[in-house]
Write a protein that binds this ligand. Structure first.
Ligand code: OSB
Ligand code: MG
Length: 373
């Protein structure tokens, strides 16, 4: 049973080790939105809302998610007793459009609370079967092809099993060509974050020679149809990220042949219940999935690791260890990756399996607000 007594919204600032540039913007300070839910017994579940400072990835941002949670999500959850976490998605969908990241932060925190209450790892509550997660790195846009080649080399050296390279017009064929020349066999992919249109079809076809694992979200953030046209012209599989916001969108992708791989970010699809539906649909349709990332702190990372332990997460996820992002994470133990590029799922602990360093979080907090029934 899930019954939430109160909810605390908190923003901390945790500087990224290095700025992260994608085609639609650059992130540096990393404002992180943390949430705690408390049940009547005083058990606390921490979660992370991965909305960013600006609405350049989706239409959500920290400010909108803060308001959505406080005004619309919290009232529906705080007044209700749920049999379990799987009923929450539906309650948050009824006459409540969008705001997926806001909904997900609360919905996923409820799953973690249920795992804590039942004293089981979150991965097992979700149906996870893996003990270790194959890990990839997402490299931001670099100043020059030579810089990128160096970064790729360092990443391969560390053991990463997939190297994702951000591209944008003018920083694509030349950058990827240089990397491919230096590392003919490396498992490479690219992510365009919507930087192209169908007018770029000839350019995008030239990427085929690089034998990439996939090209992620080349076209508009909310497009399914044009990706279908593009996929018909490309050998490289398209992976959709931004435009898969629900299981219905995944169905459209399948119907239109708009992609051959799905990046599942639970926050983008309003949480775990929807993630599980997309996971199962893709499994039935022989579409491999992998877990994307949003530069989460160790809190959000715990949720991604748990999800990525499900059977159809067959490709390495963007679930890099803490040290890739932060001088010091806000959880103990920090997330680590072994020399084979694997992150261990903490199956010996309940919930997400890491402790939040509450004193450190308090020190980093720039605003905090509580809501109760
Ligand atoms: O498109 O996958 C993306 C980060 C912020 C916004 C969008 C994306 C990303 C990443 C980061 O690629 C992956 C990570 O968390 O390491
Ligand atoms: Mg992406």
């Amino acid at each position: 049973m899930i019954k939430i007594k109160d909810m605390t919204l908190r923003e901390i600032q945790l500087p990224l080790k290095e700025a992260f540039q994608i085609s639609s913007g650059t992130e540096t300070t990393s404002r992180i939105f943390l949430l705690t839910l408390k049940n009547a017994d005083g058990q606390v579940s921490w979660s992370e809302c991965c909305a960013g400072a600006f609405p350049n990835y989706s239409s959500e941002a920290i400010e909108t998610a803060w308001m959505a949670i406080k005004e619309w999500v919290a009232p529906r959850i705080l007044t209700t007793e749920f049999d379990g976490p799987s009923g929450i998605y539906e309650v948050l969908e009824e006459n409540f459009r969008g705001h997926n990241m806001a909904k997900a932060a609360v919905e996923m925190a409820c799953w973690n609370l249920a795992a804590q209450q039942e004293n089981v790892p979150l991965a097992h509550l979700l149906g996870g079967t893996r003990e270790k997660i194959a890990t990839g790195i997402s490299l931001g846009i670099q100043a020059s092809p030579a810089d990128l080649v160096r970064k790729v080399g360092e990443s391969l050296e560390l053991g990463y099993r997939k190297i994702k390279i951000k591209i944008k017009p003018g920083m694509d064929l030349n950058f990827i060509g240089a990397v491919r020349e230096a590392y003919p066999e490396a498992p490479l992919m690219v992510d365009a974050n919507n930087a192209y249109s169908l007018e770029d079809i000839e350019l995008l076809k030239k990427l085929d020679v690089f034998k990439l694992l996939m090209i992620e979200q080349p076209l508009a953030w909310d497009d399914i149809f044009k990706h279908g046209i593009l996929q018909g012209e490309l050998e490289t599989p398209i992976c959709l990220d931004e435009s898969i916001t629900s299981v219905a969108k995944a169905e459209e992708m399948l119907a239109l042949g708009s992609g051959k791989v799905v990046n599942i970010k639970p926050a983008r699809v309003a949480g775990f219940t929807s993630s599980l539906m997309i996971h199962d649909l893709c499994a039935q349709s022989r579409i491999p999935v992998w877990c994307g990332g949003m530069l989460e702190s160790g809190v959000g990372r715990g949720y991604n690791v748990a999800l990525a332990s499900l059977p159809n997460f067959v490709l390495p996820g963007d679930v890099s260890p803490s040290s890739r992002y932060w001088e010091q994470d806000i959880v103990t133990p920090e997330w680590t990756m072994d020399a084979e590029g694997m992150v261990t799922v903490p199956l010996d602990k309940a919930g997400i399996g890491v402790e939040v360093n509450v004193d450190r979080v308090d020190d980093l907090t720039v605003r905090c607000e509580s809501v109760s029934a």
